[in-house]
Structures are given as C-alpha cells and as structure tokens.
Ligand binder design. Structure first.
Ligand code: P1T
Length: 387
C-alpha cells in the first residue's frame, strides 16, 4: 500500500478507510476535503484540472464513487441524490418503452411504486415473481425481458435470493441482473462477484450509517451501462452534493465494525423473538428456521441487522407495539447506529396497499442498532407487556 492508496489485495476494512481517498495533494489533509464549489476555473477553454462543473463531477463525490466501486469489487461507482434517484437514472439508462422487467415480489415500497406508477406510464412493463423459486423467474421472463430486479435480503420480508442462480437465468435470456444490496451492504455480500451486472444502494442506510444523509450509489463493471449511466447522471442531474458525499464517505470508514455489531444484536433479538409467546413468526436469515438459511450462509458473511416479525393480535397489536418502545424509535428508514421500529403496511410499504404484494397488517420491522443488546431486549420485553 503506497501512502493512503490501497491495492486490490488490501482488506475490506483498509479499502473502506482509504480507497479513493489519498491525502489531499494540495495540503496533505488526511481527510478528503468537502469541495464546496459549483464550478472550476479553466486556464483556457477546455483546459481544466479534470473538473468543470459540479453536476458533472466533484472531487468529494469522486472519492466516494471510487471507494464504493472498490468495496463492491466493481470497476465503476456512481453517486446519486438518493436511492430512488439512482434507481430512476438506472432504469432510464438501461430500458426503453416496450422493455419488460421481472421484479422481485418483495421490494421497498418506493421501488414498487416507481415501476407500477411512474415507469408504467412510459411503457416499461414488469411482472412480479417470487425470486426464491428460479422456476417462477423463468416463467415470468418474456421475449421483451431486459432486466431482473432483485433485492436481497428483501424489504421487509427478509427473503434471501440466490444471486448466482438469478445471474444464470439473466444470462440465458440476455437480460441484466440488478441487485439492490441496501440491506446487506458490501461488507456482508458482494453481488457482482456472484454474477450480478449492476449493484445498487440506498446509501442513506448502512453505508451512511448515522441517519443523517440521503444518497444513492450504483456500481457496475458493464462498460455499456456505465457509459449510459454516466451520461444520464450528468444529463438528468440527480446528483448528491459534496457534503452528503462526505458524510457517506465518513460513514463507510466504520461500516465493517458497525455491521458486525448490527448482525450480532439482530441475531440475539431474533432468537429471543422466536421463542416469545406473542410472536407468530420471525423473518431473519440468521435463524435455521428461515427458509433460505442455507442460501444466506452461502452468499452472506453474516445475516445482517434487519429483522421482521408477525405479532399475535394482528394490526391492533402491531400498531400498539410500535408506539410502546422507548429505545427503538418509531420511524421509517434503517441502517443507522440507532434502533428503529416501524409498521411496513402503514409506513414504508403503504404504496403496496391493494396490490398483489400488500404487506400483512401484523408485520413489524426492526432496524437493529448497535446500542447495548441488553437494553434492546429489555425494550422489546416492556413493549410486549403493554400489548
Ligand atoms: O430512500 P432512498 O435513499 O431514496 O432509497 C430508496 C430505497 C431503495 N432500496 C431499498 C432496499 C430501500 O430500503 C430504500 C429506502 N427504504 C426505506 C426508506 C425504508 O424504510 O425501507
């Protein structure tokens, strides 16, 4: 490793702290500066130091783009104003009217809404498939299919999709496999290494890690997609500012240690919930009872910090429970150091109401933070006592 510049053999933790972030050449600043500028002086027309306008490129954003590409094991990283901005730019870059997408039947409510309400208007069709069953995916493919869209683990039911198996199906049909890796983060799972063509993040979640920024990231080694994405990143302009880019860069430095704690805490809570008399079912890939436990062990280094459960007593008990916790804050989003609780049916996945993939009213989702596991367990215990 030369000063501040990791190579391909450097470990994940080293790359998380240093990739794309050599000491600032102008000052020696160890930390990448926040380049708060919209524009860059040109010596003569077209003679620049590599930057001309901050929608097109900004050095703080470049550092983040290089860092995420390194962590996902891909050639190119691109940053966007939000996860949804990343998804929108990708769909506009990769699809045209008449194209068809096979969409996982459990995805973030906003992703479903974007396909179902926004892109449908522009002639992009989709079919939902339970992607835990490869034959269902095969059956959903049509001659117009250009993309398989997977999330794994899925939001909010924590289904684990076999990325390598999906990549084989995509390949066989000349379609691209996109994996939304938000729930796992590259520390737990690297979809490109398993054959995915594009990996996408709501960096608002684990990559940022502190619930203080909204940002989206895409990584790909596919040159055609990269070219179209880079063009559209500038042409559409849904880019993050330098301060937001900096916040995610800072968050990523501790990603590995945070994910280890998130995962250990979630495992403990999942095991507690599984034996609780007021819990009907727990959804957590770290439990041997999880239907894709073996797939999770194969493609993830740890099961992660997200879990869901069905509470006994249906919607009434669920709505009561989520307002009874004291350490877990009732809020949308996930992946921060602090624990959050929510009711997907009425909150993050309300846009699925009335659809074939509506979320059950008894489902509660936890984003398990890195507070003391004893405190988290006691908090759930006192909330159960009130329902
Ligand atoms: O919120 P934004 O940064 O635009 O990212 C959208 C998004 C994309 N993909 C997944 C898997 C997500 O979970 C999200 C956002 N999800 C929430 C806000 C949530 O609470 O589930």
């Amino acid at each position: 490793m030369s000063h501040g510049q990791p190579n391909e053999t450097s470990g994940f933790e080293t790359r998380a702290i240093h990739a794309g972030q050599p000491p600032d050449p102008a000052t020696g600043s160890v930390i990448t500066p926040v380049y708060l500028t919209s524009t860059y002086v040109q010596e003569q027309v077209g003679i620049t130091k590599g930057y001309e306008y901050s929608r097109t490129g900004n050095p703080t954003r470049t550092a983040l783009e290089e860092c995420i590409a390194s962590l996902e094991g891909g050639k190119h990283g691109l940053a966007f104003a939000s996860g949804m901005a990343a998804i929108t730019t990708l769909l506009l870059a990769a699809l045209k009217p008449g194209d068809h997408v096979v969409l996982a039947d459990d995805v973030y409510g906003g992703t479903y809404r974007l396909f179902n309400r926004t892109f449908k208007e522009y002639g992009v069709e989709f079919t939902l498939a339970d992607m835990t069953h490869p034959d269902e995916v095969e059956a959903a493919v049509t001659p117009a299919t250009r993309m398989l869209w997977a999330e794994t683990p899925t939001n909010p039911l924590l289904k684990v999709l076999d990325i390598a198996a999906l990549a084989r199906i995509a390949d066989a049909h000349n379609a691209r496999l996109v994996v939304d890796n938000t729930f796992a983060s590259p520390y737990l799972q690297r979809p490109l290494e398993l054959g995915a063509n594009v990996v996408l993040h709501s960096a608002t979640k684990y990559l940022g890690g502190h619930s203080d920024v909204v940002l989206g990231l895409i990584v790909t080694s596919d040159e055609l997609i990269r070219g179209k994405l880079a063009f559209n990143q500038n042409s559409i302009g849904a880019v993050p500012g330098p301060l937001d880019s900096y916040l995610v860069l800072r968050g990523i430095k501790t990603l590995a240690v945070r994910m280890r704690e998130h995962s250990a805490n979630a495992q403990r809570l999942a095991e507690y919930l599984e034996t609780h008399p007021k819990v009907v079912r727990v959804y957590y890939p770290g439990l041997p009872s999880h239907p894709q436990y073996e797939v999770a062990k194969k493609q993830m280094s740890m099961p992660g910090g997200m879990l869901s459960f069905d509470i006994a007593g249906g919607e009434e008990a669920a709505l009561k429970f989520v307002s009874c916790t004291r350490v877990f804050a009732l809020a949308e989003s996930l992946g921060g150091v602090e624990s959050l609780i929510e009711h997907p049916g009425a909150m993050t996945h309300a846009s699925l109401a009335g659809s074939p993939i509506e979320i059950g009213p008894a489902l509660i989702r936890l984003s398990v933070g890195i507070e003391s596991a004893d405190d988290l367990l006691a908090d759930l215990d006192q909330a159960f006592a009130q329902v």
